[in-house]
Design a protein around this ligand. Structure first.
Ligand code: TA6
Length: 314
């Protein structure tokens, strides 16, 4: 695929290029200098930088960029399955497939395009995929970068089958943090969660912000649509807004699991935290012709905006 630059309104631009493995990727830029990169391998956002060029997503220094494995970092798309399943690979096949650019996507609201740099990607099952997961679907993923640097992912999954199917889903979001011991999450207090470290047994979170002293691998249930991840050292807060994604995965592998992952540095758990907008506890069921939308918006604000708790600018 050649290099082409299309100029969108507000001088936002997209660039079609290739990564160092020759895999097609799209670079989204806004006039202020922020950028995002989306690989056609997996439809995975691999980079999101602010207008000062600072990388906001974590990527392991040992990440493997060769298909079919998903790169360890960025925002892998977990579909049609989050977690383990007999007939599917961990977290489903979507993140291990080559997506295409959708030149004629189904229309979105004007606000989802106006003033944004965006790309629409499409995934449809191959004959091979249908052997493992016999459901015909169309998965349209819109990735956009706003003039304010906001990163938005909109997944629309339509059942083009003759019978219903169910799936679970997650935006497996690797946030870059200064030091995990300096990070807290606000918005998940008092919620029930399934703890993957205890065979997904159900527990209830205590009443204050979540901090980290050991491995955490939980699915918080029926979580709010606005969650704040405060990085004290960098005085930076990630604001996660979601729609259609009732659950929130929180994962940090800590020391022991970090050492067990070949594509992850032994000490890298200190610089990352996964906080995933997801639909896991109650899988989504689509009748023929029905469509589901899962929307994720990521912004970064100075932590001073959140000193009184979840008072987040709109
Ligand atoms: O809860 C998040 C999780 O399921 C962890 O158990 C861990 O396996 C993580 O996802 C990473 O999964 P991956 O397949 O990307 O190595």
């Amino acid at each position: 695929m050649g290099h082409a630059v299309a100029i969108w309104d507000h001088k936002a631009a997209i660039e079609l290029t290739k990564d160092w493995n020759g895999i097609d990727q799209v670079v989204l830029r806004n006039p202020q200098g922020a950028s995002a990169r989306v690989s056609l391998h997996g439809g995975q956002v691999t980079s999101w930088r602010n207008d000062r060029g600072e990388e906001l997503l974590f990527t392991s220094s040992k990440a493997i960029f060769k298909p079919p494995k998903a790169m360890r970092g960025g925002i892998p798309i977990c579909f049609p399955q989050f977690g383990n399943c007999v007939s599917l690979e961990q977290h489903g096949f979507a993140r291990n497939k080559v997506w295409t650019i959708d030149e004629n996507p189904p229309p979105l609201h004007h606000n989802d395009s106006h003033g944004k740099s965006f790309v629409d990607l499409l995934l449809k099952p191959s004959e091979e995929d249908l052997k493992f997961w016999p459901h015909s679907f169309e998965f349209c993923l819109r990735v956009s970068l706003g003039a304010d640097g906001k990163l938005t992912l909109i997944s629309r999954i339509r059942n083009i089958n003759s019978k219903p199917f169910s799936f679970s889903f997650a935006y497996h979001t690797y946030l870059s943090v200064s030091d995990i011991s300096e990070v807290r999450i606000e918005g998940l207090e008092t919620l029930d969660y399934l703890d993957n470290l205890f065979k997904r047994e159900r527990f209830t979170e205590q009443g204050d912000a979540i901090t980290f002293e050991s491995e955490v691998d939980r699915v918080y249930l029926s979580s709010p649509n606005v969650i704040a991840v405060l990085d004290h050292e960098r005085k930076r807060t990630y604001v996660i807004r979601k729609e259609g994604l009732p659950d929130t995965v929180v994962w940090n592998p800590w020391e022991k699991k970090s050492r067990a992952m070949l594509d992850f540095g032994d000490e890298e758990y200190k610089q990352m935290l996964c906080v995933d907008g997801s639909a896991i506890e109650k899988p989504i069921t689509l009748k023929p012709g029905e469509e589901w939308t899962g929307r994720l918006e990521l912004t970064v604000v100075p932590s001073s905006f959140c000193s009184e708790g979840l008072i987040i600018p709109s």
